[in-house]
Design a binder for this molecule. Structure first.
Ligand SMILES: Cc1cc2nc3c(=O)[nH]c(=O)nc-3n(C[C@H](O)[C@H](O)[C@H](O)COP(=O)(O)OP(=O)(O)OC[C@H]3O[C@@H](n4cnc5c(N)ncnc54)[C@H](O)[C@@H]3O)c2cc1C
Length: 424
């Protein structure tokens, strides 16, 4: 029998509409589950955003710090939940487990690869955005604080400063200096040069800093005019990129000065980098429009903790961490070119950085190091990126994961997998 043209049309229509039908049915089942699961009535109107909701996009973009993952081509969640209390999170977790819908959790949204609000490997997915859970209580007497995960560092610093002029977080050692390396134009003809800026924080007065610098870093020629004496909270405002004397209340506005489209990668140096190699690095910087390389010193207190005491393994013997960063402000720029630049610099630096494994900073997530391809993450796949981030601690993390989340419910492209069943 030959199908009539009207039945072909109706099949086509059903095929075209099916994602919406599935999505609608899913939302419906999710909402019913939440009503069933919640002890008190679930405040849907203030907690749930679906794509039909006019504020869906703004809620999704609010904490998306890497604009690359806000582009229309990037997968979007079925819904976003912004819980007001812990029981709301429990209800969402229970329902997403019951209905088999993949879930992502977002706090500040700084993940370099956007994994807290985008899933490239599983569809559909939902986002639990903890932005409304941001209470902070500081107990100066006991040197402790409770901070909910949606609060920013700036909010936390401000609340400490409200209670004390002498406390801060984290309690670093005396001197912290990082080196920021950029390109700059030196002539109208557009000739470029390299600039290195030394961004430092010292817990002490300018006279003592001058003595320390004269002794340890005489090459930098620090003078009194280079120093600003201020209290700790104002120094955090300055280090965040605001002009000196900006009132610290700016920290309550959740402004991120670095919001951009970007790609970042990291390395660890265990030996000084030869001058010749640095000259080659400068050449690489000239290949990009707005490159940034940051050297962050390690050692000090970090050296005194053993490599296996916490998951973070970059301890004794590490001289500094390197960040390679390419960022841009215009959505129409050639993304691949920026990403390729970071890969080329990374490849160029291979002889001068840590090896076996080539260490990387877990906070600067980099999917180039490898990724889980789907929910059945394998230990072999995870070893690729896991040993870069955690070295030998990866296998202990796998055992912890196997205990607390044997079904791998909480997962993403670079999450730690549980042991496969036959190895338990
Ligand atoms: C502009 C910028 C500057 C940065 N500067 C620094 C820096 O100076 N030093 C540094 O160390 N790092 C820095 N980072 C990296 C940043 O610290 C990491 O990306 C960190 O993971 C961000 O935490 P978040 O809560 O903002 O991230 P999110 O993107 O919200 O989350 C990161 C990961 O943690 C998971 N997650 C979030 N909340 C929870 C939760 N409550 N429970 C369980 N899992 C959760 C997410 O699902 C995701 O996998 C910077 C990042 C950016 C974008």
């Amino acid at each position: 029998m030959v199908p009539s043209s009207s039945s072909i049309l109706s099949i086509l229509l059903v095929l075209l509409l099916s994602p919406f039908i599935v999505s609608h049915a899913l939302q419906d089942r999710f909402l019913k589950c939440l009503s069933r699961t919640s002890e008190s009535s679930f405040p849907f109107s203030t907690v749930l955003y679906t794509p039909k909701n006019s504020s869906f996009s703004s809620v999704l973009q609010y904490s998306a710090q890497n604009l690359r993952f806000t582009l229309p081509s990037v997968p979007k969640p079925e819904f976003i939940f912004t819980p007001l209390q812990e029981s709301h999170i429990q209800a969402v977790v229970i329902c997403s487990k019951q209905l088999g819908i993949h879930l992502r959790v977002r706090s500040g949204g700084h993940d370099f690869e956007g994994l807290s609000y985008v899933s490239e490997i599983e569809s559909p997915f939902i986002v639990v955005d903890l932005v409304k859970l941001r209470s902070i209580s500081v107990d100066i007497e006991h040197n402790s604080a409770w901070v909910q995960t949606g609060a920013t560092n700036g909010e936390f610093y401000y609340r400490i400063s409200e209670k004390s002029n002498t406390h801060g977080f984290p309690a670093d050692e005396d001197l912290f200096i990082r080196v920021q390396i950029r390109t700059a134009n030196v002539s109208r003809q557009g000739r470029r040069t390299i600039t290195t800026s030394y961004n430092a924080m010292f817990l002490g007065d300018a006279n003592r800093l001058l003595q320390v610098m004269k002794h340890s870093f005489p090459e930098l020629g620090l003078t009194r005019q280079d120093c600003i004496e201020t209290n700790w909270i104002n120094s955090t405002v300055y280090m965040s990129g605001f002009a000196n004397n900006t009132p610290p209340e700016v920290l309550l506005q959740r402004i991120n000065m670095d919001r951009a489209y970007f790609k970042g990668k990291s390395d660890y140096a265990r030996k000084p980098i030869p001058e010749k190699a640095l000259e080659g690095l400068w050449e690489k910087l000239f290949e990009a429009e707005s490159p940034l390389v940051v050297f962050t010193p390690y050692g000090g207190m970090m050296n005194r903790i053993s490599e296996s005491q916490t998951p973070f393994p970059h301890r004794k013997g590490t001289k500094f961490m390197i960040l390679y960063w390419s960022s841009w402000q215009d959505a129409t720029e050639n993304v691949a070119e920026h990403i390729n630049w970071t890969r080329r610099v990374y490849s160029y630096m291979t002889p001068y950085v840590s090896k076996n494994p080539r260490e990387a900073y877990a906070n600067y997530r980099d999917l180039d190091l490898g990724m889980n391809r789907n929910s059945n993450a394998s230990l072999v796949e995870a070893s690729a990126f896991g040993t870069n981030y955690f070295k030998g601690n990866l296998y202990r993390l796998v055992h912890v994961k196997t205990k607390v989340d044997p079904d791998n419910f909480f997962r993403h492209e670079q999450s730690i997998p549980p042991l496969p069943l036959h190895m338990r």
